[in-house]
Design a protein. Sequence first.
Length: 283
Amino acid sequence: MAQNPIIAPKLFDRALLARRRRRALSLGPADFLLERVAGDMEERLAAVMRDFRDVADIWTPGEELQTRLRRRLPSIGHVAPSDSAEEGLSLAPESLDLVVSALAFQFVNDLPGVLAQIRRALRPDGLLLAAMIGGDTLTELRQSFAAAEAECEGGISPRVAPFADLRDVGGLLQRAGLALPVTDLDRIVVRYDNAFGLMQDLRRMGATNVLTERRRTPTRRSTLIRMAQIYGERFADPDGRIRATFDVIWLSAWAPHESQQKPLRPGSAKASLEEAVKRGTKS
């Protein structure tokens, strides 16, 4: 009897995410992270000596990334995020030379599934280059909210999304069947007058809490005030301004191709580590 497929848990309410991003546009979006990432992606692609004809941008919010990349890539197809929970990409197999994405994958429920779809859509030796929020992003806000809720309400609720670890992302690229995976982390520290300034920017990013297990009742005013006090006590610089950490995980990998460098098979090396050590001790 066939086994039931593994279904990814629905961590994020993607319909709510879409509404929050539309609200952010009406508020006047805070685009400083996206602008930085788009600029960095432009530089990273400039170092790749390759012509990319068919390109898709997966779910990147706004137009900053496409505006920058069109200086080199005249035609970029944009896959807009769906208002529903669906994460299907509807990309034809082996139809793309390059897939890019900026600050979108952190809100994906089934990232292994999305990466597998991208792998199928890439032609042999096609490139995936993406950036997502991860690591210790907003660790200060997470800790401050947890301490304030425990003190004021006797318990804690999910406030900040769980973010992927750098090593986990590299493993997911390999699991999707992509070759030559590379990941690195860019830590960005932003300073604010207080925690409420940070929270206002998160609203203008469309990045407030969209966890499916989020608290559904308004936060008590006393909890918010205590959270801001704890944030200032624990994470302020000498001038009184607070720090907020944003970790951007960069990931790149290629669709397999016979021309790519292959790792040596175990046991195929012509010299052993033991022999090398012995030679070093005799010199």
